[in-house]
Design a protein around this ligand. Structure first.
Ligand SMILES: [Zn+2]
Length: 144
């Protein structure tokens, strides 16, 4: 079951306020099935590709990807350049990972959109990095 809610956001970088649709999923399986458009059983047969920080491509199985997401405790995706879908294990996630993930997806909702999917991914990742960095500094100075 996914919980839908809207977040009114006011930003100095755009005129006025705007609404971001947020969809929170109860389980990791649910959001992965939504993301890939097929069942977990079908996903188990699939292989996945990614890039590390040095732009090196690597391949991994669905089980490896699934285990890594569970360890991280959160997963997100931007949909239609206007929605953020996410799953979070509130007891297992490091807050800086969650904040970085949400910021990454917010980056995907932010213009300019890149035609090259890799460039779009790197753009979004810069948002995530900046947010995680700011969170760690705030924690370091004991802001909260
Ligand atoms: Zn992304």
């Amino acid at each position: 079951m996914a919980f839908h809610f809207k977040w009114k956001h006011v930003s100095s970088s755009v005129d006025g306020e705007y609404v971001i649709k947020l969809i929170r999923y109860d389980t990791l399986d649910e959001i992965l099935e939504k993301h890939y458009g097929c069942s977990i059983a079908d996903l188990k047969k699939s292989r996945h590709f990614g890039f590390d920080g040095n732009n090196m491509e690597w391949e991994f199985t669905f089980e490896e990807m699934y285990e890594n997401i569970q360890i991280m405790g959160c997963y997100g995706m931007a949909v239609n350049k206007e929605e953020i879908h996410f799953w979070v294990d509130v007891n297992g996630v490091d807050p800086s990972d969650f904040i970085g993930m949400i910021a990454h997806e917010k980056g995907h909702l932010t213009r300019p959109f890149k035609r090259d999917p890799m460039k779009e991914e790197f753009k979004a990742e810069r948002y995530g990095d900046a947010a995680s960095f700011a969170f760690c500094i705030a924690k370091e100075i004991e802001l909260f």
